[in-house]
Design a protein around this ligand. Structure first.
Ligand code: FES
Length: 84
């Protein structure tokens, strides 16, 4: 179980409601994947050996996939800004 990547369920605000979305080995350090759960896309970033962050994959600005963005010092920048 320690190699599972889990995210807190967004539909329920109850703590302890975790959803397995990936195997940790599927994501290289510095990389990201899109996990899918019940019609939702979740961008999962691996920042370090056991440091994972997850957000909804759709940017609230114009809907670019956030998985295509980049993370620097724990700040996610949408790929949209490369074209703006
Ligand atoms: S779509 Fe993300 S900043 Fe524009």
């Amino acid at each position: 179980m320690q190699d599972d990547v889990v995210v807190e369920g967004s539909e329920s605000k109850m703590s302890g409601d975790w959803i397995r979305v990936a195997d940790a080995l599927e994501i290289k350090i510095g990389g990201a994947i899109v996990a899918r759960h019940e019609g939702h896309q979740i961008a999962v970033f691996r920042l370090g050996e056991s440091d994972f962050r997850a957000v909804d994959n759709l940017c609230p600005h114009e809907g670019y996939p956030l998985v295509q963005g980049y993370v620097k010092e724990c700040v996610l920048t949408c790929a949209c800004t490369r074209f703006g």
